[in-house]
Design a protein around this ligand. Sequence first.
Ligand code: S3P
Length: 423
Amino acid sequence: MTLEISPVATLQGDLRPPSDKSLTHRAYMFASIADGDSVVRMPLRGEDCESTLHCLIQLGLRHEWMSPSEIRLVPPREWQVPRGDLDCGNSGTTMRLMSGLLASRPLDVTLVGDASLSRRPMQRIAEPLRMMGATVEGDTAPLHIVGGQLRGIDYVSPVASAQIKSCVLLAGLGAEGVTSVREPSPSRDHTERMLRATGVRIEQNGAVSLAGGQRPHGFEITIPADISSAAFFLVAAAMLPQSSLAIHDLSMNPTRTGILDVLRQCGVPYELLGEREELGEPVSTLEIRAPKFLKPFEISGSLVPRLIDEIPVLAVLATQCEGTSVIRDARELRVKETDRIETVSTGLRAMGAEVETFEDGLAITGPTKLKAAQIDAAGDHRIGMAFAIAGLISDGGVKIDNAESIATSYPGFTDDLMRLAII
Ligand code: S3P
């Protein structure tokens, strides 16, 4: 699918972005291992989370849609052998966390994914699961897993990745003894919060540790909106003069709010209103306005995992900042749905931006009036949406090829954009 985006003057109005992807995946997975029924309201109906749900249904999770936005989930008494391979689609979270769930169960299962997911590194979860005693064949998909009795390990992860941490912790629930995970800097902590909120005892003192043999209680959750999806509109509002947006129901987990640190560096005025909590996760309304001019920003070190998925659209923001913005320590971008250092720099250069690339990041000097271009999203949802936002401020608009994957995380993206745009 080719998406065509024309320039607009400003963005104004109210937005409730789609529900949080990480939380929806985890809600489905926790419901499948809980000691009772669970209710998930407002789950993200994007393809990534639907992959998780379908895999779990094949393993025996029972479900009933009470309304289009409310699902009741009943955990299987015994996990069953799926009829065929489990298809994780485009979703790294599905494949990596599902592997952790499967590792302690006496099943023989093969996990497969689409072309992009089949290129992504799975050795990072296969290695700790093998150390715990599971059989995992394949360092990329297809992954063949034969689960069984696991033993707890003290795992020192070489990368700050919530997917690795969550995989090992979920496997640890079914292991004998204590499982601990340490990481070089803190990644998103949704799994830890959901464990605690559903009654699992965990310790956090540099490492995250839990004793095996515990089960989460059944729970109810209304999934808040995803800051990684809101990010496209936050950046658009920051760049388009006179913009003003109120973004509602936004998940404000501090391990995910790195983009707000960047907006502060750029001098973008925003305000948080009415904080509440949802199953251990902070939620707020955020109001944002366009500033008079944008200062450049720097991203490195422990800020990187707090905004890893937002870097493509922050790179677009950098093209409008007055000076050089620098992103370092972000090597992980190379193993996302595409090599995002490559896809971002190629697309921005095609639009006339001044971009330098490093093995672990980018330097972008602005401000540049972006010019019309045809961009290849290469099947990467966040690349597709980042360049749609670039199109809004361009001279003549953009055509984005291979943009259908936007539906993996943001099914109503163009509708929301059209509704808020003033031409
Ligand atoms: C996710 C963690 C991040 C993120 C991904 C979702 C999660 O990946 O990029 O979109 O739900 O745990 P890593 O933890 O591998 O960096």
